[in-house]
Design a protein around this ligand. Structure first.
Ligand code: MTE
Ligand code: MOS
Length: 757
């Protein structure tokens, strides 16, 4: 049995020994380095661009501007509003204007300093709350990129009688930096008259399309291979299209290999981030604590271009009301333009912001009602047969209640709470607190992105019985190749060592859409299982013919194959079938269940499956300084089926810590001129091993009937509820309600101001 086992990650050895080849490890004969010339200002008109002196610098082989683009000057994502290189206008500090290729990075740098650009500055919009209908026009008439809404049940009803209790509050969230270990990079070269791109990325098919369109090459002349990728977290979904196109335009014109690798500062200043936001919540319950209505108003700062914002905003809209039975819902969501870096995908995709707001409001309401935060959640959580925020009937793999019960039990919550109260009664300045959050996550691209929802694969069995599998989704550190190999091994009843999952290459596999939205396990699983089913069919036919009998099925187990009353060694069967020219090489294409949504009401079957989670966090707050220490976290997740329990636990711990960083310390600062000034890890601090609390992961397996071996996705979910668990624990400790994250010591102190010491 391979599924359900904590096998060691297939890529672990090469990564920990340093043998893995990242983009920067690749060197090719005659290779040039590329660097990007960028706008120094947030908003302006390019009056003149002079590259003539820079071109004379020794070692500089080419400088490419918008004039040198053979195809469209657009990086395709969703709305097609982002140019590849700025031609007339610059829209944010760091906006790419030209790309330099030279024989050394130093020569590139020299050229960047020598290029002359004259820009007539325009008034810029930095504060996103000022963007809509501003006289400065950044996008169409009103600067609104997109909007979504939900109108469910009696959404307009007023609840002002004494029978109801309401909380109304506004919350703010900041940018979050992906902080992947490996910065953006790619190497591009010609091979067999095909422009070949090896890059650090999540979505090779995006890169293939974007570069083809920029360079006016047919898709099949652009071959994209994902190089070992040192972390992504959403930051390598759409952005590599831009980065790869920068190296590609140089390689295209100069016909030599060109490598581009960003340094950390450039990466942090110019690459996508999590959308900053303002979320207004008005949550109403009856006197018993049953939620009757939620009103939400979600405003996202998209930055200069829309990139993935429509997908991010849709997810935020659907997830705002949380995993609760609420019959009446009114949500408005909008994303607006500013002259700051375009924001994009980041683990959770627009939902951590609204979950922070809603989960804070749930606690505030519990307090008003005199209820415990765990109790109020228990009263309102959805179960089988209930509907979610968009009216979708939840009837498959609804593990919310089970997660809740297991987490409360594992945490021994009510005793834990007592111990903390005891501690606090004896401690004057250091106070402990518990914070709770419950949440859910729609797996896959959802109704707003379903056009890309498919799973392509290839499986080939060689004569010795070893297997090569290829899927259209990528490994970015989350363990996808390992779980894919486990599912192949499980199907064929063979050892996982016999299975190789090859790196994704667009010349070998067809478009599967991006590896995002926690769809990796489900997509890879569906993909390989559909190809394997065909191989099994061929073997079935072959055996029936060979044995001159018919039987219902072929069973693969423990290296053996059983059919009718017969049994063969797996390797023997494969050798026999190969010798008799049976083609043990199949491709698969699986199309996931449909999703729907109505533009007017937001109602429909938003996602095909949902994962469920609950977190309880203990922190210690210093009342004098406002400093918060993370102590212990019990984090429960329903994953359908844990294909690899150790990897699931790893995702829970890593993701939760990333969420705690978001809530507690990651404080990206943008100057009044729109420039990111915390552009390295000394000014933008993320959690280190010293900050990690004791983690107790709780895995719930509610079996998703339409998932491979019952699995669904959950890779983003661990991050999503940690910020409110943190701020709720701070409130529990010292009575300070932090409404704007991160909860820096200054903000905690500020929120404590009304408190009597
Ligand atoms: N884990 C690691 N180590 N590195 C990553 O880049 N990305 C996260 C999550 N876990 C990420 C990660 C994000 S944003 C997503 S969408 C999922 O993994 C994607 O993986 P899956 O769908 O295969 O679970
Ligand atoms: Mo994850 S943000 O969906 O790549």
């Amino acid at each position: 049995m391979a599924v359900g086992k904590s096998v060691i990650r297939l890529d672990s050895k090469e990564k920990v020994t340093g043998r893995a080849l990242y983009v920067e490890d690749i060197y090719m004969t005659g290779m040039l380095y590329a660097k990007v010339f960028r706008s120094p200002v947030a908003h302006g008109i390019i009056k003149n661009l002079d590259i003539s002196e820079a071109l004379k610098i020794k070692g500089v082989k080419g400088i490419f501007t918008a004039k040198d683009i053979p195809g469209k000057n657009i990086i395709h994502v969703i709305l097609d509003d982002q140019p590849f290189l700025a031609k007339e206008k610059v829209m944010y500090p760091g906006h790419p204007i030209a790309v330099v290729a030279a024989i050394t990075p130093e020569a590139c740098e020299k050229a960047l300093k020598t290029i002359k650009v004259e820009i007539e500055e325009l008034p810029a919009i930095i504060d996103f709350e000022q963007s809509k209908n501003n006289s400065v026009k950044l996008f169409e008439n009103n600067n609104v990129f997109c909007s979504f809404k939900i109108r469910k049940g009696d959404f307009d009803k007023k609840y002002d009688s004494n029978d109801y209790v309401t909380v109304e509050e506004t919350f703010y969230t900041q940018h979050q930096e992906h902080a992947y270990i490996e910065p953006q990079g790619a190497i591009v070269y010609w091979e067999d008259d095909t422009l070949t791109i090896r890059g650090s990325m999540q979505a090779p098919f995006y890169v293939q399309r974007a570069v083809s369109e920029v360079l006016n090459l047919q898709y099949s002349r652009v071959r994209v291979i994902q190089q070992t990728t040192g972390g992504a977290f959403g930051g390598k979904e759409d952005v590599p299209s831009l980065v790869c196109a920068q190296a590609a335009i140089c390689a295209y014109h100069l016909r030599v290999p060109v490598r581009i690798v960003y340094d950390r500062e450039e990466d942090m200043q110019t690459m996508s981030k999590r959308h900053p936001s303002r979320v207004k919540i008005k949550l109403t319950a009856d006197k018993t604590g049953k939620f009757v209505h939620v009103y939400g108003d979600y405003l996202e700062n998209a930055g200069a271009y829309s990139t993935l914002t429509p997908a991010v905003l849709y997810r935020g809209t659907v997830h705002l009301p949380g995993p609760y039975k609420i019959d009446n819902i009114y949500v408005d969501a909008e994303a607006v333009a500013t002259n700051t870096v375009p924001n994009g995908a980041y683990r959770g995709f627009g939902s951590p912001q609204v979950i922070f707001a809603m989960e804070s409001a749930v606690d505030m309401l519990a307090e008003k009602l005199g209820m415990d935060p765990v109790e109020i959640r228990g009263k309102n959580l959805v179960d089988y047969g209930d509907t979610n925020s968009t009216g979708q009937i939840l009837n498959d793999s609804v593990g919310m209640k089970e997660v809740y019960n297991k987490v409360v039990e594992k945490a021994d919550y009510f005793n834990w709470k007592k111990q903390i109260e005891e501690f606090n009664s004896k401690s004057e300045y250091i106070k402990k607190g518990l914070g709770v959050s419950t949440l859910y996550y729609g797996v896959g691209l959802g109704a707003a992105g379903k056009s890309m929802s498919r799973c392509a694969s290839m499986v080939k069995i060689d004569a010795d019985g070893s297997v090569t599998a290829s899927v259209g989704v990528t490994e970015m550190g989350q363990g996808l190749r390992t779980v894919t190999a486990q599912m192949v091994a499980e199907f064929l009843g063979i050892d996982i060592d016999k299975v190789v999952v090859s790196q994704i290459d667009t010349s070998r596999i067809s478009d599967t859409g991006p590896t995002v939205a926690s769809r990796g396990t489900i997509t890879a699983g569906w993909g390989v299982l559909s190809a394997l089913a065909k191989i099994k069919k061929s073997l079935h036919k072959f055996l029936e013919k060979k044995y001159n009998t018919s039987f219902e099925d072929v069973y693969f187990k423990d290296g053996k194959v059983k059919f009718g009353n017969n049994e063969l060694e797996y390797s023997e069967l494969i050798k026999m079938a190969t010798d008799e020219k049976i083609h043990l090489h199949e491709t698969g294409l699986h199309v996931p269940p449909d999703t729907t949504f109505d533009k007017e009401t937001g109602l429909g079957d938003a996602y095909y499956a949902y994962a469920w989670a609950m977190n309880i966090l203990e922190t210690e707050v210093n009342k004098l300084t406002g400093e918060v220490t993370l102590k212990k976290a019990v984090c429960g997740h329903d994953v359908g089926k844990a294909i690899n329990p150790r990897e699931v636990a790893g995702q829970i711990m890593g993701g939760s810590l990333q969420g705690l960083g978001y809530g507690l310390m990651e404080d990206m600062q943008v100057s009044s001129k729109g420039k990111i000034i915390t552009s390295n890890f000394s000014t933008y601090t993320i959690p280190t091993s010293c900050d990690i609390p004791e983690f107790i992961p709780v895995i719930v397996e509610s079996n998703y009937s339409k998932g491979p071996y019952g699995a669904k996705g959950f890779g983003e979910q661990p991050l999503m509820g940690m910020a409110p668990a943190l701020t709720n624990s701070i409130y529990n400790a010292v009575g300070a309600r932090v409404k704007q994250i991160p909860a820096t010591p200054e903000r905690v102190q500020e929120s404590m101001k009304n408190i009597d010491f």
